[in-house]
Write a protein that binds this ligand. Structure first.
Ligand code: SF4
Length: 327
């Protein structure tokens, strides 16, 4: 059964116009960060969300945990639409779904002891006495590998390495015993040497706490190690979804093909990885007509700039939005 169902979700941000521009046109301008996406995440699954920067991955993640409210659409979590939830109900639901930010340094208050940063969520939710919160925080510090807890509790973020800060971020995410965690580029800011340790921690927590993850990453080589399925986003749309092995070994959408060809191979004799598909990602304020990928697509044909391809189910859990697979 799906734990999370995202149904036709859009998120538009209005753009502030200059004086001249506002005099010339009264029409509001929007950044279409997410523009009608649907997907599901099964309980216990790790769904990877991949794509270049500017594809809408982070906005999608923030919508899934209601750090942002969608412009349109439904986000069903455990059978309830959280897109419209407010007040106490939203606060209660926040115990069950958590988000880890990309940059652990900027997501931690530099003046707050890391023990307090982790236990804050308990305080905000009114859980336990001060002693109980301290006990639970020590337990979490040990659990995320910051041991002994007593020597870490009172440290400030600047006294920790990048990897230790990322462990604090995971500690803060699990203290309320969540069910679903959206993790945004969890290893993008840590040293290559400790990347594997952080990914191992993430997967150990998944097994022990029965977590479901939405794993956001532009790094497809990393996603391959941890994800069960991958969804590829381009300019606010999902263009392909498939099981991990299927999408890495046989991507269908030309954009997915380009991303896979650009994965570096750790073998000096191997052919050099190609660049990501030619050209820049266009502006989400005024996306290209028809298939949004058509100005960069090596396979584009007549229909592509004129008709937007739908995300079609091709069977075996594979969905693709490309006119090459219309039939
Ligand atoms: Fe390329 Fe056309 Fe497919 Fe878009 S619909 S990815 S432009 S072939």
């Amino acid at each position: 059964m799906a734990l999370v169902e995202v149904r036709n979700v859009k998120k538009y941000f209005s753009v502030t116009k200059g004086i001249v521009e506002s005099l010339m046109t009264r029409e509001a301008t929007y950044v279409r960060a997410v523009d009608g996406i649907s997907f599901e995440i099964e309980k216990g699954e790790v769904l990877g969300l991949a794509g270049e920067s500017g594809s809408g991955k982070t906005t999608t993640g923030r919508l899934c945990v209601r750090l942002l409210r969608p412009t349109e659409g439904e986000i069903i979590y455990n059978g309830k639409d959280i897109a419209t939830m407010k007040g106490k109900e939203l606060r209660r639901m926040r115990r069950r779904i958590q988000f880890t930010f990309q940059d652990p340094t900027s997501s931690l208050n530099p003046r707050l002891k890391i023990g307090d940063a982790i236990s804050d969520a308990l305080k905000l939710q009114g859980i336990g006495s001060a002693d109980e919160r301290r006990g639970r925080t020590d337990e979490i510090l040990e659990r995320v590998g910051l041991s002994p807890a007593s020597s870490f509790y009172n440290r400030l973020p600047h006294q920790l390495s990048g990897g230790q800060k990322q462990r604090v971020v995971f500690g803060r995410a699990i203290i309320l015993n969540p069910e679903f965690v959206v993790t945004d580029e969890p290893v993008a800011m840590v040293d290559v040497s400790i990347k594997a340790q952080i990914l191992d921690l993430m997967m150990d927590l998944k097994r022990e706490l029965d977590l479901t993850y939405l794993f956001i990453s532009h790094d497809l080589a990393t996603s391959r190690h941890v994800c069960d399925r991958i969804a590829i986003m381009y300019l606010g749309k999902i263009v392909e979804v498939a099981d991990r092995d299927r999408i890495y070994e046989d991507p269908l959408h030309p954009y997915a093909v380009g991303l896979m060809n650009a994965i570096p191979i750790p073998d000096p004799k191997a052919k050099k990885a190609e660049a990501v598909p030619r050209g820049e990602i266009p502006s989400p304020i005024n996306p290209p007509s028809g298939c949004r990928f058509h100005p960069r697509c090596p396979m584009a044909f007549e229909k592509c700039p004129n008709e937007e391809p739908e995300l079609r189910d091709l069977g075996n859990g594979r969905q693709v939005a490309c006119h090459l697979y219309d039939n």
